[in-house]
Design a protein around this ligand. Structure first.
Ligand SMILES: [Mn+2]
Length: 246
């Protein structure tokens, strides 16, 4: 009998590289992401950033699903625009790596879940555009909440006939919100399936039957306490198909 293994989710690194006290450069991923995926029944592998196309392809071949987590602003050069004075910190190495991984995953129909920066990466990778500085929008509500990360702050309405609504089990929910940028114009391959009270896109998914879903909020922070957040990870993992046989 071959050993049965769980679906394998690859997670890209989620935070800015920083130097520790001995000036060693470190990167790290927030633990909540892989805990939420593990609880949903998948194994996790972290994908160190690479600039090598052959590595991107090997990563994709290795994993059953891709999770693009939150993080820095995306450099506007990837949407053909100049940096606004209000653009936040960008991470050039990570931009290239994640944009290429998102593009390859879409083409290969590899199931992908984007969270916060992740949904923005998915949009820009396929030709969409972002707002560089959400607080400057005239009618914007607060998308950088001051409360704890597990607390919710604004309402989101979900398109009833979307994959996301089926995954969440609801068409209206309160979410946490920690984003500086937002999708301004979705690419042709993706559609907006959830909006905030100010009309800003809060989720995108593929226009076809690809499993390619991104949310602007942080369900990994609430997956223990909030049913829609828990379901989001369970349904993503369920969509990865049966466990692979070694
Ligand atoms: Mn928001």
């Amino acid at each position: 009998m071959p050993a049965t293994c769980l679906p394998l989710v690859g997670i890209t690194y989620s935070d800015t590289a920083f130097r520790d006290q001995e000036m060693r450069l470190r990167t790290y991923v927030t633990r909540k992401y892989f805990q939420a995926v593990q609880r949903a029944g998948a194994d996790v592998i972290l994908l160190p950033p690479s600039m090598e196309p052959a590595t991107w392809q090997r990563y994709l071949d290795l994993i059953d699903g891709l999770l693009l987590p939150g993080g820095e602003d995306i450099d506007p050069r990837y949407m053909g625009e100049e940096p606004s004075p209000k653009l936040g910190l960008v991470n050039p190495f990570r931009d290239v790596f994640e944009l290429e991984m998102a593009r390859l995953a879409f083409t290969a129909r590899k199931p992908t879940l984007g969270i916060c920066r992740g949904v923005q990466v998915m949009a820009v990778a396929l030709g969409g555009k972002l707002h560089q500085h959400v607080p400057a929008l005239p009618e914007a509500i607060q998308h950088s909440q001051q409360g704890p990360r597990w607390s919710t702050s604004h309402r989101v309405r979900v398109e009833p006939r979307s994959r996301l609504a089926a995954w969440l089990g609801t068409t209206e929910l309160f979410t946490n919100s920690f984003h500086h940028q937002a999708v301004r114009q979705p690419p042709a391959g993706l559609k907006v399936v959830a909006v905030a009270g100010d009309g800003l896109p809060e989720a995108l998914e593929a226009v076809d039957d690809r499993i390619f879903v991104g949310v602007q909020w942080h369900p990994e922070e609430t997956s223990l306490s909030d049913e829609p957040s828990r379901r989001l990870f369970l349904e993503f993992v369920a969509a990865l198909g049966s466990p692979r046989q070694l």
